[in-house]
Design a protein around this ligand. Structure first.
Ligand SMILES: Cc1cc2nc3c(=O)[nH]c(=O)nc-3n(C[C@H](O)[C@H](O)[C@H](O)COP(=O)(O)OP(=O)(O)OC[C@H]3O[C@@H](n4cnc5c(N)ncnc54)[C@H](O)[C@@H]3O)c2cc1C
Length: 187
């Protein structure tokens, strides 16, 4: 979950919240369901996308109002958020909502371009790692954190991954002869 607990507490029982959403946003809506009175789930796309199980949970909830084909024009408020103005893309109409929180969940783009020619990445561009030791498809290169294909993008997981990758790299250096192409040839 990406929102600190103090935010949850401040939202309990009274507020209407708006999301600009994608796949990850569905999970965030589900996490907020017990706390918020009303949630507007707003997206630019014409139809809700994402995991079907999560979609069902979200669409089943009476608290959630889904607003498709919407483009946010302005988030208003002084000390805190009080409203949101958006354009209905199909009609061009401008609409307003009174909300007291806005969470923007627009997804992740892994910054892996520089290494893609060298190692295996998946369709999303995430570096594919062996999660037991963090090794990639290229001997001597280790991956950690959000840029890898670990499905959970969280601080502690990234930190743990980093330690694992560092230990694996250390082990690799200690045993470098074993991994060397010369070792394979018995030289
Ligand atoms: C809005 C938001 C809220 C979040 N809230 C939480 C939360 O409440 N709890 C939680 O556990 N997690 C949260 N996360 C997720 C958490 O921030 C990440 O899981 C974590 O930061 C991943 O760590 P990382 O080291 O893998 O990547 P990052 O923290 O993204 O670090 C990658 C670093 O690499 C650098 N970099 C990128 N490309 C290059 C390059 N080519 N050369 C050199 N440097 C480069 C970047 O500048 C960056 O400093 C949140 C994320 C977001 C976006």
């Amino acid at each position: 979950m990406y929102f600190p607990n103090f935010l949850f507490r401040s939202l309990i029982g009274e507020n209407e919240i708006s999301f600009l959403v994608n796949l990850l946003g569905l999970e965030a809506v589900i996490d907020l369901l017990p706390y918020a009175r009303k949630i507007y789930l707003m997206m630019r796309a014409e139809k809700l996308k994402g995991d079907p199980v999560n979609q069902e949970k979200v669409t089943r909830s009476l608290k959630v109002q889904i607003i498709e084909s919407a483009e946010i024009e302005e988030i208003s408020g002084n000390q805190s958020v009080t409203g949101l103005r958006y354009k209905e893309k199909k009609t061009g109409k401008i609409k307003e909502l009174a909300v007291s929180g806005v969470f923007i969940q627009i997804g992740l783009i892994p910054n892996s371009e520089f290494i893609r020619p060298m190692i295996d990445t998946n369709e999303a561009g995430e570096i594919v790692v062996d999660h037991a030791i963090g090794k990639t498809s290229k001997i001597g290169i280790f991956g950690a954190g959000d840029v890898t294909n670990d499905p959970f993008k969280q601080n502690n997981i990234a930190a743990g991954d980093g330690i694992r990758a560092a230990l694996s790299a250390y082990d690799y250096i200690l045993n470098i002869k074993k991994y060397s192409p010369c070792a394979e040839k018995g030289e």
